[in-house]
Ligand binder design. Structure first.
Ligand code: AQP
Length: 332
């Protein structure tokens, strides 16, 4: 290790990434990129946990698209390693070993599993054991800090508990990671329903639920202007409902202004003014990102070269960890 804090994080290529993924995760990866040792992953094995929505060709394309999204958002390949999870086989091997030491009750308690299982009815075992694969992703790289949105906090606590349990059972093997959640943008809610978090899977059949990072400026503005606020016509700081707080949180995560100050500026004004400012801020934030994304997607050879180089480097780290893990459990 270089002496700098090592971070690992990733996003599932289950659709086109949205503003929540960007503000909750990727923007903070970029913000701390210079001072840390960074490993960022496109977690395509996680995408298989909802096989009914998987089209193999689409998954392949979305994985690549997500790599270009990371780069366009500011991930610098000179400072960060980035790769596709399934290209490093050790993730699956470690996930199996961790499955064997994960108490079933711990997994059944996960709120994301319960929520997704409720929404879908029948679910595969992979959805239940998703957190052990996530733990494998993190522990494989001796990760010290994991920057994620708030929804992943419970999975990170699970990872920490599992690392400690494994270390207790088999001797010191894993680094126990810390979670890092941003102050603003940690939980971006749905624009059409601010009681649920903005989600790729919900956005599939609800066009104004999320802002996709690749939406046209016109579509972004339309979704924000239609966003749920509250029953009154003007903003009252003592009576802010979730939809209004969500819009202010988005603005704050983009321009750094505290939500209390945004609230003071809009006190007594109609919601249209706030929405207009949020829409403009989002469009301007994503304009340079989109230009770079389209440029990158037209340079296939560059993406292939970069992925090959990065993957070789992360594979070397993963192999070292697995040698240690196999020895610890007696399968070396
Ligand atoms: N709404 C959100 N607000 C802030 N952060 C968010 N993240 C996701 N949604 C929000 C953060 O993005 C990273 C990657 O998440 P993911 O796509 O791998 O998984 P997810 O949390 O399950 O995201 P979705 O959009 O809800 O995906 P689907 O619908 O496919 O399950 C994580 O750091 C997460 O915290």
């Amino acid at each position: 290790m270089s002496g700098r804090t090592r971070v690992f994080s990733g996003v599932q290529p289950t659709g086109t990434l949205h503003l929540g993924n960007y503000l909750g995760a990727i923007k903070q990866w970029v913000a701390h990129q210079d001072e840390r040792e960074n490993i960022f992953c496109v977690v395509d094995l996680h995408a298989l946990t909802v096989p009914e929505v998987i089209d193999p060709a689409v998954l392949r394309a979305k994985s690549r698209e997500t790599v270009a999204i990371y780069l366009a958002a500011g991930i610098d390949p000179e400072k960060s390693l980035l790769f596709i999870q399934s290209h490093v086989r050790e993730h699956s091997e470690l996930a199996w070993i961790l499955n064997c030491v994960s108490p079933l009750g711990w997994l059944e308690r996960m709120t994301q599993f319960k929520a997704k299982a409720e929404r879908r009815g029948t679910v595969g075992t992979g959805l239940l054991t998703y957190p052990t694969l996530m733990a494998a992703d993190i522990l494989l790289y001796d990760t010290q800090v994991v920057p994620v949105g708030e929804d992943q906090k419970q999975h990170l606590e699970f990872t920490r508990d599992l690392a400690l349990r494994f270390n207790n059972m088999f001797g010191d093997t894993f680094v126990v990671p810390e979670v890092s959640i941003p102050k603003a943008g940690a939980r971006v809610m749905g624009l059409d329903d601010a009681t649920v978090k903005m989600s790729k899977s919900i956005a599939v059949d609800r066009p104004h639920h999320a802002i996709s990072l690749l939406d046209t400026p016109k579509k972004m503005k339309k979704s924000i202007m239609k966003a749920q606020t509250d029953s009154g016509c003007e903003y009252r700081p003592d009576h802010a409902e979730p939809g209004v707080r969500n819009l202010m949180g988005i603005l704050s995560a983009i321009n750094g202004e505290p939500t209390s100050s945004i609230g003071e500026r809009y006190a007594g004004q109609g919601y249209g003014y706030l929405k207009k400012e949020v829409a403009e801020a989002v469009v301007e934030e994503l304009r340079p990102f989109q230009e770079e994304y389209h440029r990158l997607m037209s340079d296939e050879a560059y993406l292939d070269r970069l992925l090959a180089e990065s993957t070789a480097k992360v594979r070397a780290i993963a192999e070292t960890t697995m040698t240690r893990v196999r020895a610890a459990v007696g399968i070396d």
